[in-house]
Write a protein that binds this ligand. Sequence first.
Ligand SMILES: Cc1ncc(COP(=O)(O)O)c(C=O)c1O
Length: 398
Amino acid sequence: MLDQLKAIPPDPILGISSAFAKDPNPNRIDLGIGVYRDESGSTPMLQSVVEAEKRMIAAQTSKSYLGPTGVTGFNSAMAELTFGANCEALLAGRIRTVQTPGGTGALRVSAELVKAANPAARIWVSEPTWPNHLVIFPAAGVPVETYPYFDKETSSLRFDDMLSSLRQRGPGDAVLFHACCHNPCGVSPNAGQWEAISDLAAERGFLPVVDLAYQGFEKSLEEDNLAVRLFTQKCPELIVAMSCSKNFAVYRERVGAIAVVAASAQKAADIETNIHSLTRKNYSMPPAHGPAVINVLLHDADLTALWRTEVTTMRNRINTLRAILVEKIRISGIQQDFSFLQRQSGMFSFLGLNVTQVRRLREEFSIYTVDSARANIASFNTRNIDYFVAALGKVLAD
Ligand SMILES: Cc1ncc(COP(=O)(O)O)c(C=O)c1O
């Protein structure tokens, strides 16, 4: 039976990473993979996480299974971080949070929940979006459609087109939003635009599904939740898929959670039983290690304060790199305007290069991006940024 299976080409980003790893050029730069990097080019563990891990291990007495909700203290701390401790829906018991393996796991459970609730549902995602969205939902039987989002000409949001498209959605439809730091384009709605989007969700009655993978990487841990908080205030139902991979730098530990807001506390409890039933058929029980560490961290005031400063450091570094890059490109004599990079946020932006220019960067300069020219800005540092700007100038000149 299994000999029927044909090889599947690797994900383009993983393909880029393995080509990069084999490249002997000492100046090589990997702009592809989506992990935060510090000035030395590595993806460090956070001190707050390392300390919390030590304390968690010292206190741990059993490796027995967790229940289906996972580490309870982790779930409640994540709910407070995301919705705010004074959130009315949270206090009313209308929100249930269940630990998942990473943000990807939360999205997959969201997809299965949507399918179980409405077998005819479709989900609308931004054009473009994180490529995994395009496969996770169909894998659970939920077809994906797109709404306009990014204007390639101006490197900004197609807000009016987005709203016109969302005006066509209604009950029975789900619509996915990136809460902040849009992957791949780095463009977010501003506060007024989120107000209009959430008003529309309430008016039209579609189900918002918010992907919260970069909380703290755009403006602040609080401000990056604006979309979640507005939807929670205005809409009876909402799904939030949270990831701790980036803001706690625990990528490989696979830490995330799905939070569901329902119209009543009873309905929220009913929905949670559906989540348990779906995960039981899938991975049975969630993993303990990463969430147990974050549980310790978020219940200790000093560790939480340290973690907040570490998130600020990561965010400031990315924003500073955006400013430095724009300035270096400007003074290099490159004619094209790259100032849009400074108006965008998070790790990713499109460089606005065509496939020929992307290939030249790779083949002539060992600078690796995917064909869309999405770049991870956190991959720059003082040692490689001038080399990059010089190479960019060469591929744009010809
Ligand atoms: C937009 C978006 N959503 C979700 C995720 C999921 O992250 P993870 O499964 O690693 O927690 C990512 C990771 O790159 C992402 O970019």
